[in-house]
Design a protein around this ligand. Structure first.
Ligand SMILES: NC(=O)c1ccc[n+]([C@@H]2O[C@H](COP(=O)([O-])OP(=O)(O)OC[C@H]3O[C@@H](n4cnc5c(N)ncnc54)[C@H](O)[C@@H]3O)[C@@H](O)[C@H]2O)c1
Ligand SMILES: [Zn+2]
Length: 401
């Protein structure tokens, strides 16, 4: 099949230090007079909410702040947020935080526009039309939710992460201000940073667009690998290679923070068009059962999934080694590809990501049920360049155990 791909993004991306000062202008542009801010208490405590409030107050916007966001938010947290939003009757929603708060803001903007409950929208293409105008301001350099088509919630009853996917979920405006990430503690920097690396690597090594196994008559947001996303993923991997260790070591290293903020958004643009793959499929059950952060779970699993995919993507892996700053000039393709796995493994341990599933408290007998749950997440598993059976997934988990 020949390649046919499209590219979707946030409506507008505003990038740079102190770019949040433009929020007043942004509200005017959206004709928003009542803005519902979705955030959490940690960010309030860090003074970040005040930095958002100021430019909005100055342009006369009425605000309501929901500070009940939580890491890896549950459907219950989403319902609480929606309830608050409903009583305020905003004309725009602003997601302020890491992926967790941005994803809560997204589902809130859906339901304020279309009613229903979060569960009604789980899956792809369930959102019928545009949502309330949504602005996202990331405070981690990680998820890329500020440009992505996803909202990820935790279904605590069924112990699984669930995804809502629709191009209507892409924010109208993303304001990526690297200064918002300076207060991230090293663990949040490391976990969210390796999530961005996972996005870029999964996009860069995904199944080709031309071979993407979309069943006939089925629509999907993800399209497989294409050249525009490749360029973005390559640059994201390069920036992460230069900046992630630095940002974890010294949170006040503004150059590193800026590099990571850009990398996370570029990786978000790449994966939200191409798709994420087996790392994410495996992280969903692992994360829901162990309550590890999404980034820590992905970072832990990444080298093991790379090992599984190595045989079908040697050329791409060799390039990844190069992007990560490895000297591969004297190596053949196979050696260079192997070096990519080593480089990611080294980076992972340098920034303090847990190395084995048992470190998260996982028990041997959980591996098979995790593999079965991951196998059920077809929409992302089919993005993986090498098809994986339940047994393959269990072997990957066994290697990571
Ligand atoms: N929508 C998407 O496209 C997408 C993509 C990947 C991941 N996700 C989801 O995003 C979530 C993870 O997001 P995350 O990695 O950005 O972390 P997070 O949003 O869960 O935040 C982690 C912790 O860091 C704190 N924090 C965030 N920014 C801070 C700052 N500047 N200073 C101090 N503390 C700060 C938060 O309060 C929170 O306690 C998961 O639920 C994951 O499934 C979504
Ligand atoms: Zn992710």
């Amino acid at each position: 099949m020949p390649e046919t791909w499209s590219f979707h993004s946030a409506g507008q991306i505003i990038f740079g230090r102190n770019s949040v000062r433009q929020l007043g202008e942004v509200a005017k542009q959206l004709r928003a007079k009542r803005v519902f801010i979705v955030t959490d208490r940690v960010l309030e405590g860090a003074g970040i909410v005040d930095r958002i409030r100021q430019p909005l107050n100055e342009s006369g916007v009425e605000l309501q702040v929901f500070n009940g966001g939580e890491a890896e938010p549950s459907i219950h947290a989403a319902e609480a947020c929606i309830q608050r939003g409903r009583s305020f009757r905003p004309d725009a929603v602003l997601g302020l935080g890491g992926g967790s708060n941005m994803d809560l803001a997204k589902i809130t903007a859906v339901i304020l526009a279309h009613s229903g409950t979060p569960r009604d929208y789980i899956g792809e293409f369930k959102i019928p039309a545009p949502i309330l105008p949504l602005v996202c301001v990331p405070t981690t350099a990680g998820t890329g939710s500020e440009v992505s088509a996803a909202s990820v919630l935790t279904d605590t009853e069924n112990q699984i992460k669930v995804g809502i996917l629709s191009n209507y979920l892409r924010p109208r405006i993303a304001i990526v201000d690297p200064l918002m990430t300076v207060s991230c503690p090293p663990k949040v920097t490391a976990d969210s940073g390796i999530d961005a690396l996972t996005h870029a690597i999964e996009a860069f090594t995904a199944v080709d667009n031309a071979d993407f196994p979309i069943p006939l008559h089925e629509k999907t947001v993800y399209q497989g690998r294409h050249p525009m996303a490749d360029a973005l993923a390559a640059q994201a991997i390069t920036l992460i290679g230069v900046n992630l260790r630095r940002a974890v070591k010294n949170g006040n290293d503004l150059e590193a923070r800026e590099g990571m903020a850009l990398a996370a958004t570029l990786a978000g643009l790449a994966f939200s068009n191409v798709g994420v793959a087996a790392v994410h499929a495996l992280e969903y059950p692992v994360g829901a059962a162990t309550h590890c952060s999404h980034g820590a779970g992905n970072g832990l699993l990444l080298p093991y999934v790379m090992r599984f995919n190595l045989s079908v993507r040697p050329r791409e892996f060799a390039k990844i080694a190069q992007f990560l700053g490895e000297n591969v000039a004297a190596m053949d393709e196979k050696q260079a590809a192997e070096r990519a796995i080593q480089a990611v493994t080294q980076l992972r341990s340098d920034i303090g990501i847990p190395l084995r599933l048992r470190d998260l408290g996982v028990q041997q007998e959980q591996l098979h049920p995790f593999a079965e749950k991951a196998f059920g997440i077809k929409r992302i598993l089919r993005v993986n360049p090498r098809p994986a059976t339940v047994q393959d997934l269990e072997s990957i988990l066994q290697a990571a155990f």
